[in-house]
Design a protein around this ligand. Structure first.
Ligand code: RB5
Length: 148
């Protein structure tokens, strides 16, 4: 599976750690930045990462800012993106199983490197359950399309 990863300055260090971790696990990872701890704007990173999912180049994304909130808000403004900001493994698992989240977000100032790895494992290890959950996810997308 090809993943896209991105972070602002608040998530830069965690992004760098996770890139190596994901590569060791056999994932191909596209990094859309940021590439230093210099201050930058998380919407720019979210947009660049989501474009990789929208084009089909990457299947899922991992986005990190200071809290995980701003970058998830920005990602959720991108068409076709369902981004979930998670800081516990239960939510990270269920957002795949029930919400078909295609982007996982968290905060570099909220979670440590160990928990971040567990969040990623929980999220990437699950599949969408479909059924009644598909009906609900379809309604989310209908809101985006303006048909609900
Ligand atoms: C940047 O200082 C910070 O606001 C950003 O990383 C994020 O936490 C916003 O939600």
């Amino acid at each position: 599976m090809k993943l896209v990863i991105g972070a602002d300055h608040g998530g830069y260090e965690l992004k760098e750690d996770l890139k190596g971790y994901l590569a060791e696990k056999g994932y191909e990872v596209e990094d859309v930045g940021t590439f230093s701890t210099a201050s930058c704007d998380y919407p720019d990173i979210a947009k660049a990462a989501c474009a990789k999912i929208q084009s089909g180049e990457c299947e899922r994304g991992i986005l990190i800012c200071g809290t995980g909130v701003g970058i998830s808000m920005a990602a959720n403004k991108c068409k076709g993106i369902r981004a979930a900001c998670c800081s516990d493994t239960f939510t990270a698992r269920y957002t795949r199983m029930h919400n078909d989240a295609n982007v996982l977000c968290f905060g570099g100032r909220v979670v440590g490197a160990g928990l971040a790895r567990e969040l990623v494992d929980a999220y990437l290890g699950e599949t969408f359950q479909g059924g009644r959950h598909k009906v609900r996810v379809d309604k989310i997308m209908a809101i985006e399309a303006g048909t609900l």
